[in-house]
Write a protein that binds this ligand. Structure first.
Ligand SMILES: [Zn+2]
Length: 177
């Protein structure tokens, strides 16, 4: 356990956030399945230089604490849960928090299970496709600026659909139509 930091129960932190947390910094929760009794600690960045903060965050990650969550995010999530699920008990509040942290998404229903890897891959592909389509057709009068590329530039770029996609999304384009 990091020295000088008070360990709290996750459910106590979530409930306390209803009164506003102030600037507590980053909340670290112990790894493993979350429960109301999961241990957690606050790390306030203001007390540390950037370098010290990096070291603390790195050490926490290596010693069984899950990535930190900013105080405002905790408040917002609990606020959202109170509106969405006004009858939520401790377990559901923790579940909503865990779901958000793990899936970067709001809990769609009280008994929702985590999306599978296939679900996530499918969503990413759909989002990529929508972005690709949004680039519009290539202009046959304007060649793509990438050396050796035979395609033509899209309207708002000097690059073709594929190369524009790769420049913006920073990954290989899965489409070629
Ligand atoms: Zn190109």
């Amino acid at each position: 356990m990091p020295q000088g930091r008070e360990v709290q129960r996750l459910i106590d932190v979530l409930k306390a956030s209803r009164q506003g947390l102030g600037e507590l910094g980053w909340l670290y929760v112990e790894t493993g399945k979350m429960s109301p009794n999961s241990r957690c600690i606050w790390v306030k960045n203001d007390d540390l230089t950037d370098e010290e903060a990096d070291q603390v965050h790195e050490r926490l990650r290596q010693t069984g604490w899950r990535e930190g969550h900013y105080d405002e995010m905790v408040e917002d999530l609990v606020k959202w849960c109170d509106q969405q699920y006004p009858e939520a008990d401790d377990a559901l509040l923790v579940r909503a928090f865990e779901y958000y942290v793990v899936n970067d998404a709001l809990l769609p229903s009280p008994d929702a299970v985590d999306p599978t890897r296939e679900d996530i891959a499918r969503d990413i592909l759909a989002a990529d496709r929508a972005f690709y389509d949004s680039l519009g057709p290539e202009d046959q009068n304007s060649k793509c600026r990438i050396n050796g590329c035979d395609r033509h530039a899209v309207r708002l770029s000097v690059l073709c659909r594929v190369h524009h996609f790769e420049q913006i999304r920073k990954k290989t384009c899965p489409f070629s139509d």
